[in-house]
Design a protein around this ligand. Sequence first.
Ligand code: ATP
Length: 361
Amino acid sequence: MSIEVSGLIKRFGSATAVAGVDISLPAGSMLVLLGPSGCGKTTTMRCIAGLESPDEGVIGIHGTTVFDRKAGIDVPVYRRRIGMVFQSYAIWPHLTVFENVSFPLEMQQTPKAELRDRTMEMLEKVGLADYAKRGASALSGGQMQRVALARSLVMRPAVLLFDEPLSNLDARLRDRLRVQLRELQSELGITGIYVTHDQQEALALADSIMVMEHGSVRQTGGPVDLYRAPRSAAIAAFLGYSNIFPATEWRAVDGGAEVTLASGRRLHASGDLPPRGAPASLCVRPEQLGLRSATADESPDAILGEITLASFLGATTLYRVRSTGGEVWEALTDQVVPGLVKGSTVVVEPAPGALRLLPQT
Ligand code: ATP
């Protein structure tokens, strides 16, 4: 394993920012720490980088222990061979692109020819070779972030840490850079930890995702597994499940549960039943809901409602439907269904097995 963290605890005064986190990350893979603001993502990463001193725990990088409170080991930041890319680009506007990227090599007194080759190699990789001589202040936000990335990579770090590096960029650029970053990460075999609260970013970049809440890890898994099977409604909400309805009661039936919502509507959910006594919600992803025009003789079980929003997104269309029971359902479909416009009366049809009853937390 390339990064091994066990029992990591970090307190600030009486507040516990990281409450016992374990990480086991193989070389060449990207772990995304995902979670709401204040859940401890950045603090976890700063502890790995050596920018915070943990209260407890052991941190190993490529088989070397860099922190162990009990053994009194605390390797300083500059000796951990860690590269970092932050939200703010932190590049020097008065230097050229080349000078910015070659700066760390300059500091290490790398021989001139090697410095030039390594710098140009990295500028090629991030698509900025033609900009080498340009002043860094005359760059777009996306280009500045690529300069920052090249500057981190030129040091050939053992590990790269990313703290929301794309969050200051506009949406289109973010989407493009996300793909480029993923390409570069797999091409160069970068071992990385990436902090974000953006689920799209997490799903697109991760080999594995660790969802955090209140300083603890709530669920870890591959993007597909996590997306398909979140362990709780809180995690589901974080992964883009926009249909989450509190259940007032439920009982086991064949292969799942009959769930009652606040409106009195009863629906069949698949999967295991959550424990009794704790709140639970019915959850479904928007792309697992179909819509069709209602007929005059719908069954009483049909989820009947009125379209309150139809938003064409290009490849898909997002519909919002207020059902007769008062729930607002969100459906995302890649089919253009004639007659489905704002004000139409429709039936919401969950895909078989798509409704899941999950504990709230
Ligand atoms: P965000 O997405 O907003 O950056 P985060 O998940 O990265 O949030 P952290 O920055 O790790 O969260 O913060 C975790 C908790 O620790 C928060 O409650 C925060 O207020 C607290 N915290 C972080 N740094 C400090 C500090 N230097 N002193 C005191 N409290 C801190």
